[in-house]
Design a protein around this ligand. Structure first.
Ligand code: AQP
Length: 333
């Protein structure tokens, strides 16, 4: 059976970008003919300093977000990465397989490090190698990710291929990234050329899953748009990043295509479209945020679910790590 793996960093509150680009699609992948493994990648979060108490809280909030959105712990393996030590163990081996030159080409590192590349953590630089371990530890065949993660999944494929070739084995699968639909790249509400991030400087740039209805309405009202009304066709969105983003968000939230949204709103002014978008977002997100808050009232229950998930994850991961050690020649007596 195909196996799906994906994860999100608990590096702040969950955003609409994480929801549309990741969780909403994962929910649709849970089925009898697919094994699904979903992780809160806390070891990735600490590549940038996190306040320890907030990190624990963000991990539980993220777990609540997965559960409230419809990730079912009976159907999927749901856990936080650091409770399965095999992730870090396999990552070390991949650090010895991946080449420095490959890491140097990672655009996300360049974006995140900016001019400060000498001052960021070594972990941030090696991040894609840990991500390859996350995926390959489960022999995952499919990884649903947003557009921004495509290069890292390609690197995962390169690591798998080099490992197989270096040790003359056919052990790690060559994983496929799954990137489709209008929610694949949700952009910053104040600058349509940057992606919406948990850790962006201004809260007005993003919709947080726990934002209340008034905040959501205010953020869409103040979202950057442009002076033109909505175009007659999707081609009219070319060169209008903010307009395109708002149409894509509407499409993704309503399970429609951008074409369908444009057909309904062609020629509309922003003063009409933005409140409609805000209403739609509140309708779709408020049941999720209500359920998240309910779940977060009982952190012990979340922790129990994660402990159980980690146990199930290790049942898959341990034999794969053992076999990897054996292939590499690491003695276990
Ligand atoms: N804006 C986005 N649009 C579509 N998908 C997105 N994802 C993140 N932002 C968007 C998808 O969410 C998954 C997990 O991402 P992550 O949290 O592990 O890392 P990230 O992409 O670095 O997230 P952030 O929000 O930008 O976090 P910070 O600010 O802490 O770095 C991935 O599948 C990603 O594609």
């Amino acid at each position: 059976t195909p196996r799906v793996f994906s994860g999100i960093k608990p590096s702040g509150g969950l955003t609409l970008g994480n929801y549309l680009g990741a969780i909403k699609r994962w929910v649709g992948m849970q089925s009898d003919d697919m094994e699904t493994v979903f992780c809160m990648v806390d070891l990735h979060a600490i590549t940038v300093w996190q306040d320890p108490a907030e990190l624990k809280n963000a991990t539980r909030e993220l777990a609540a977000g997965y559960l409230a959105s419809g990730i079912d712990p009976e159907k999927s393996v749901l856990f936080n990465q650091s409770q399965v030590p095999e992730h870090a163990q396999l990552a070390w081996i991949f650090n010895c397989v991946a080449r420095v030159g490959w890491m140097n080409r990672m655009t996300q590192f360049k974006d995140k490090a900016g001019k400060n590349a000498e001052k960021v953590s070594l972990g941030l630089y090696a991040y894609p190698s840990l991500m390859a371990a996350d995926i390959l530890l489960y022999h995952a065949t499919h990884v649903p990710v947003g557009e921004d993660q495509k290069q890292h999944v390609e690197l995962t494929r390169d690591i798998a291929a080099k490992f197989n070739n270096d040790y003359k084995v056919d052990f790690f699968p060559i994983t496929e990234p799954v990137i489709e639909g209008p929610g694949m790249r949700v952009m910053n509400l104040r600058d349509g050329t940057k992606k919406m991030s948990k850790s962006g400087v201004s809260d007005m740039e993003r919709i947080n899953m726990l934002d209340d209805a008034d905040t959501i309405a205010k953020k869409f009202k103040k979202a950057k748009s442009d002076a033109e009304p909505l175009p007659e066709t999707v081609e009219g969105l070319v060169g209008r990043p903010e307009a395109k983003n708002l149409v894509d968000i509407y499409a993704s939230l309503s399970d429609a295509t951008p074409q369908q949204v444009i057909a309904e709103y062609s020629g509309a002014q922003w003063g009409k479209f933005k409140p409609a978008l805000a209403d739609l977002a509140v309708t779709k997100l408020s049941p999720i945020s209500d359920e998240m808050k309910r779940l977060m009232d009982d952190p012990a229950e979340i922790d129990r679910k994660l402990a159980r998930g980690a146990q199930r994850a290790r049942e898959i991961a341990t034999p794969i790590l053992d076999r990897t050690y054996d292939i590499v020649g690491l003695l276990r007596s």
